[in-house]
Structures are given as structure tokens and as C-alpha cells.
Design a protein around this ligand. Structure first.
Ligand SMILES: [Zn+2]
Ligand SMILES: [Zn+2]
Length: 245
């Protein structure tokens, strides 16, 4: 099981980079979680698009879905070139019906995931949890072979995240704000809240992601480390977590 950061910015991508996107692999099976602005281009540094097996979306904010339309065109071209035989499944919740409908296109098919439930996607077992965010959004707990990765998606801190993230081998946590700022009103977390969450959940490793376009990101790291003594990384393209299947 392998997780790789493709895009890590909140809001918009900085030069030559991307907003939210994470590549999840096991053997030949590979999917991406979220597909933000710039992600489709950066993703091709690591895989051929024709080998992508699925997309799983947390919510319909542009910094998580901006490149979905372009991916649909890519799949259509692959289909016409006979490089893709199946329609690419794009999973999301169905709470925004209009947005959900658009996931089905000529060479892609929208699939609803079980909000607040579990389901298998490829070899992975996904569990979803509704977060606290201005748009309907779902955190994901991904389990395989006794390993657990949790992605908070976009959210302000709320207590259920502690149990949802319990014992994760890797916690990928949105860290949109610095210590002392008010994340709650915007539906985001601070470095301090993320550090506390990692400790309460007893996770092994913590990645800070969905990073802000201001301040010094190293400060996010040291603020989170005041509350979590395990390994912490700032997300950047290519950052990889891998464990044996
Ligand atoms: Zn976002
Ligand atoms: Zn959002």
C-alpha cells in the first residue's frame, strides 16, 4: 500500500504545483483521492492516465475537483485510441445531485459512496465520515492488510475525528491555518488542532496538507509538534508513504 502526494495546496496551486490530490496504490491498482487544480498534469509525473482505476472525491469545492472535467476528456481520448476499455468510475457523495450528475460523461461514470458507511473500492476498504465544512464533505478512512490511512479532507475540528482517525498508521490532515487563528468559521483546522487530533487518535505518522498561501509552513510543523511527538511531514509533491502489502 502506497500513498503519494500529488497536490497539497488549499484554494489554488502555486507555480508548477497542484491543489488537493493523493495517489493511492496497491500492486497494479491505483486511484486518486481528489483531483484539484493542476493535479492532472502533476499526476503524469508518476503514472500514465490510462492506468488510473478510479477517482474518489471528498467534496465539490474547486480546489478538490478542478481537473475532473479535463480527466473526462483524457478518458474519452483514451477510449477513442482504444487505450481504455472500461468507463472510469468517479466516486463521490450524492448530496450535491447536480455536481454528482456531471461525474458521468462519455468515458466516466459517477458512483455514489456510502456516506457514513463503508465500501470496497478496488482492494481498499473505505469508510466515510461527514465533516464540518461549508459544502458537504467526507473524511475517509482507508484500510487494507491491517494498515490504515485517514484523510480528513476539508473540515473544522470536531470530536468524532478522534475516533474516526483512531490508530491510523498515517493521518493526512488539512492544516489551513496557524495556531491561534480561527479555523472554525471557514470550516478548516489549525496546526494546533491537527497536532492535538493526531495525539488523541494515537496515529503513527502525520502529514500536514491543504496548506495556506501565507506565513512560513515550517511554523505549522513546529506548532503541530508542540502537541504530537510522532513523525510529522509537510506535504509536498512526491512525498510518499509506503508499506509492504
Ligand atoms: Zn479545499
Ligand atoms: Zn473545501
Amino acid at each position: 500500500m502506497e500513498v503519494k502526494v500529488i497536490g497539497f495546496w488549499g484554494a489554488y496551486p502555486e507555480k508548477n504545483e497542484a491543489t488537493s490530490c493523493y495517489l493511492l496504490k496497491r500492486g497494479d491498482y491505483q486511484l486518486v483521492i481528489d483531483l484539484g487544480s493542476g493535479a492532472l498534469s502533476r499526476l503524469q509525473n508518476y503514472i500514465n492516465l490510462k492506468d488510473l482505476d478510479a477517482v474518489v472525491l471528498s467534496h465539490f469545492h474547486n480546489d478538490h475537483i478542478a481537473d475532473v472535467g479535463s480527466l473526462q476528456y483524457a478518458c474519452l481520448v483514451e477510449e477513442q485510441l482504444k487505450q481504455r476499455s472500461n468507463k472510469l468510475p468517479i466516486y463521490s457523495h450524492q448530496k450535491d445531485p447536480q455536481a454528482f450528475q456531471q461525474l458521468t460523461h462519455q468515458a466516466t461514470v459517477g458512483r455514489a459512496y456510502q456516506a457514513n458507511g463503508s465500501q470496497t473500492i478496488g482492494p481498499f476498504n473505505f469508510t466515510f465520515l461527514a465533516t464540518k465544512h461549508p459544502k458537504h464533505c467526507y473524511a475517509m478512512r482507508i484500510e487494507l492488510d491491517g494498515l490504515t490511512v485517514v484523510y480528513t479532507a476539508d473540515t473544522s475540528y470536531f470530536e468524532e475525528l478522534d475516533t474516526f482517525s483512531k490508530g491510523a498508521d498515517l493521518l493526512i490532515a488539512e492544516t489551513s491555518f496557524y495556531k491561534g487563528m480561527n479555523g472554525k468559521s471557514a470550516g478548516h483546522m489549525t496546526s494546533e488542532e491537527v497536532g492535538r487530533l493526531a495525539t488523541k487518535a494515537g496515529v503513527k505518522e502525520l502529514w500536514l496538507t491543504h496548506l495556506p498561501h501565507f506565513g512560513d509552513h515550517q511554523q505549522l510543523l513546529s506548532e503541530a509538534a508542540e502537541h504530537f511527538t510522532g513523525k510529522i511531514e509537510l506535504a509536498h509533491e512526491g512525498l510518499t508513504w509506503a508499506r509492504k502489502d
